[in-house]
Write a protein that binds this ligand. Structure first.
Ligand code: JHZ
Length: 417
């Protein structure tokens, strides 16, 4: 059963207006085994709303977190070399800028398989990972990364405090949007953070989502889609201050937030707030034509795939990503159009994509089958994936990038560089 938001997830106002409805959708990370194919698959409505009071974009439905994150959660951060590099650089910068040492504590919320914390451990900085997903948490524990397999909230923060643990740095990458009790989570950060500590948090940026029509990043795990304007209000409610922000290209465009107990807003933060005000991010009209644009991208993509099929071409897909589930289900891409999906994550192999049940194979399958086209579901790692697949491209294979405008990426020196 999913709950429905009657009030804003941040400010609790009821001034919510619909931006887009996807109708009923399956769960994006609930990959199916062969046996599960014969059973009914749960579907839940997926409706994007905008809060006219605090300007937070969000979805209306809350699928219980235990359903989303605990059983067989297939997302392991360590399968992307680009993400590993990004995380390592982030950790090294922080060790340097905060002078972290053996008496510091770095806590990561949603620490997954330890992809980020291992960089601190390697340099002797004590860490604590917190993650409710059993599979990834076990990988981290086995690698010697102290990890609690549970959800983070204000109660856990208090318990840790009582045990004498407080954090010099709290990290949380791609977790804030996933949290059903948003205010409780942020309150917990305030409790656990040392007086002079810093929260370093990454979230996908709603401005990039809207501007580049990244509609496939909307699924039940992602409850919120943040602007700096909305975030400032969220943190202030808990006596925390968003003091600095950095725009990042990862995941189609993200923000790295620097949150502290004392207010000390940077020039960058102020100018991004100004930019958002000028663009109208706090007003409904900024989101008003999104549904129409999403419809257009979907029609164009389906049209392109159908045309290629009519021409006798074979098509596969790359990346059994959560966002891929939204894309194939919303655009209605089934086995009539795409034969199979490949992915490097071994935990996804021999399973089937939600809803459309496309089979998932190891990446080697691409060279064996040499389909004429590959739909890039993990378009956020396009450069990295196309370089890896140079042999497929050399043999005449071509990639289709679905957003912001569906297009075939021709075989160029750029893709092979
Ligand atoms: P990727 C996940 O979304 C889940 P997804 C989560 N909900 C979230 O918030 C975002 O990340 C941020 C594969 N791959 O990371 C790995 C290759 O096979 O874009 C993944 O299965 N070869 C927590 O799932 C998928 O593609 C490669 O070379 O949409 C990418 O999924 C690379 C780079 C990736 O996120």
């Amino acid at each position: 059963m999913s709950g429905s938001t009657l009030a804003c997830r941040s400010c609790e106002s009821s001034a919510l207006r619909e931006v887009l409805s996807f109708g009923e959708m399956p769960l994006a990370d609930r990959l199916l085994t062969q046996e599960m194919l014969a059973q009914p698959e749960p579907h839940y409505p997926l409706t994007v709303m905008f809060c006219e009071h605090c300007s937070l974009m969000q979805i209306a439905e809350t699928v219980p977190p235990e359903v989303l994150f605990c059983e067989d959660y297939p997302y392991y951060s360590s399968f992307s070399p680009a993400l590993l590099k990004h995380s390592r650089e982030n950790a090294l910068e922080l060790i340097e800028s905060r002078s972290l040492n053996e008496s510091s504590l770095v806590v990561e919320l949603a620490s997954n398989d330890g992809y980020l914390l291992k960089n601190f451990v390697e340099r002797g900085v004590p860490v604590l990972g917190i993650d409710p997903a059993e599979g990834p948490a076990k990988v981290a524990q086995d690698a010697g990364i102290d990890t609690l397999c549970t959800f983070f909230d204000s109660r856990l923060a208090r318990r840790l405090r009582e045990e004498g643990r407080s954090a010099d740095v709290i990290m949380g990458n791609n977790v804030l949007a996933h949290v059903a009790n948003l205010n409780g989570f942020v309150e917990g950060i305030g409790i656990l953070l040392e007086d002079d500590g810093v929260g370093v948090i990454e979230v996908p940026y709603v401005v990039d989502l809207i501007d580049h029509c990244e509609f496939d990043t909307i699924y039940h795990e992602h409850l919120c889609y943040f602007s700096v304007t909305a975030l400032t209000k969220l943190f202030e409610r808990h006596n925390l201050h968003l003091n600095d922000v950095k725009r990042l290209s990862i995941h189609g465009g993200s923000l790295r937030l620097f949150v502290e107990h004392r207010a000390n807003p940077s020039v960058t933060l102020r100018s991004l707030l100004d930019e958002e005000a000028q663009a109208g991010v706090a007003e409904y009209r900024y989101y008003q034509d999104f549904a129409e644009r999403v419809g257009r991208v979907g029609d164009e993509l389906r049209g392109l795939l159908e045309e290629l099929k009519r021409g006798g071409n074979s098509i596969a897909a790359y990346g059994a990503a959560a966002k891929g589930a939204t894309l194939i289900n919303h655009v209605d891409i089934g086995r009539d159009l795409v034969d199979f999906v490949v992915d490097r994550n071994v935990h996804k192999h021999d399973k089937y994509m939600p809803g459309k049940h496309l089979p998932i194979h190891p990446c080697e399958r691409l060279l064996e089958a040499q389909p004429d086209y590959v739909l890039l579901l993990a378009w956020n790692f396009a450069g990295e994936i196309m370089q890896q697949q140079a042999a497929y491209i050399e043999k005449g294979g071509q990639f289709i990038v679905p957003v912001p405008i569906p297009r075939i990426v021709a075989r160029t020196t750029e893709t092979l560089a």
